[in-house]
Design a protein around this ligand. Sequence first.
Ligand code: C2E
Ligand code: MG
Ligand code: MG
Length: 559
Amino acid sequence: MTKVSEDFILKNFDEAIDKGYIKAYYQPIVRSITRNISDSEALARWEDPELGMISPMDFIPVLEKHKLIQKLDLCMLRCICDTYRKIKAEGCIVPQFSINLSRIDFKYKDLYDEFMAILKEYDVPVEAIRVEITESVMLDDQGRFREILDKFKDSGFHIWMDDFGSGYSSLNVLKDYNFDLLKIDAAFLKNFGNRSKQMLTAVINMAKVLGIHTLTEGIETEEQYSFMLDAGCELIQGYYFFKPLSAEEFIMHVKKENKTIEPDDETAYWDAVGNFNFLSSNPLEMFISGKGVNGEDSVALLQGKTPLALLEYKDGKTKCVYYNDEYYNRIRQLGYSCVEEVEKSFNDRKEVQHNMMEAVLDKSIENNSVERIDYVENGVYFTIKTKCISKHNDKYMMAITLYTFESDKEKRKTDDILRFNQSVFLTYDIVVLMYLPTNRSDVLFSQATFNYEYADMKLDEAITQIAEREISEKDKVRYLKFMDLSTLDKRIKMNGRIFIQEAFRVRNVYGGYEWKQIRVTKTSDSFTIGYLYTVQDMSDEECELADYLCEKHPKFMTD
Ligand code: C2E
Ligand code: MG
Ligand code: MG
């Protein structure tokens, strides 16, 4: 780019505008999750026929100094409108545009009226335009500035704060004005180490708490992009995706790749997804649609190790649009090699749990609630929680967290207790973990009193089958009452202990029946509620007592 003098700029500016040497370049802004283009920023370029390209960094300060900048910015608006019209005329989807306004623009009293007149002239809706303002604008002449900015905002323009973090007043400005979006300055990405990453996550978290959308500019590498994606930054701008393009290049790209342009009517859908806080330790519970999230302990947030995915759910099929490393590790533990494999087995409803999962997704949508499912697959216990965070027509965005028993601290604790206490199990014939929400059970320990095959059945079916095949005719009715899952929890509560138990005559390997103590104990940690079903021998005296009671006082047989 050519360096030019102040004098050159002042002498040639009017002519450059009139002859079209000053024009808009467009830098596409990409939705981080979809990589589709949602907006594009108009950046001023001065192409002098003799001197070549002149940088805005050179001519903008001069135009500001001499109060000529509004002329440039209104010219940029005309360029945007012209480009908008050209794309529209092709019948293509048009991305939104953002325009930079300078602090000096706001000293120009006709700015708003002229701005609106241009939009009217070109028949461009206000929703198509975002207004970028640098924080330094806000520093002087507060009252006047606010008045004009409110006019823009009230007319439906989205107001973006440009270069957030590059000046010392950012936070103050943020406190005083209700921006729609924070454009995080590329300066944060310099020396992209731990410290700048922590600052970026803190800024994004803060924006989410305030319900403000986020965009990071100056993204140049895959590493920077994927970090910002995982942090939940919604929009990305930078050379990694696009350099600023001339109007011709831009229009050509939009026409050719029109399917990668985000349609207007999906913007609200994605904006709602954008309110979701990826950094939260409790993202599903903390999500309040359209309002950002409640405050949370920021240190906990930065640890952000929640195994998280976003699934788009439509016509009974899911498509994973985002997942983090923690989520990927968990699905590997469950025996899947990639998310596409999980997706496929769900979409084909290969296993019963996929039907259960579908029911859980539907319920979450219907009740606008966090729903969960507990299950065992390949010997790994897992808990999935889901919440619908956005919807558009018949399409729903479901946020998913996936905790597995093997890897998660709290679950490991329970797992260890089970493993190290195998010897305790030796006092039982059989130990089964029952999950009511999924209607499934899992054999933890067995000395072959019952066949293993019961564990392959649905829980309620297994209970009926056991009553039929393993319990003496004399105790069958009582057993079915004892195992009535619908009243289990209530009876345990009424018992005043964490279990209920009764004695039953159970078939032994010789085909006869023996008294056994059957107990159902409620077990839970912070993730899972289960019931331990145990079958234990009784002493000779206890057996005699049971026989006696059964004959003489049958009602005492119930605990
Ligand atoms: P800005 O609004 O923050 O614009 C972003 C600047 O970063 C642009 O420089 C853009 O070309 C550059 N950029 C984008 N991606 C990357 C990247 O990945 N790496 C690096 N190193 N740079 C990247 P540009 O076009 O030179 O504009 C500089 C500044 O001049 C703008 O900063 C804005 O403050 C001002 N400006 C540009 N056009 C206009 C305009 O039409 N009106 C007003 N008032 N100011 C403008
Ligand atoms: Mg800008
Ligand atoms: Mg900027």
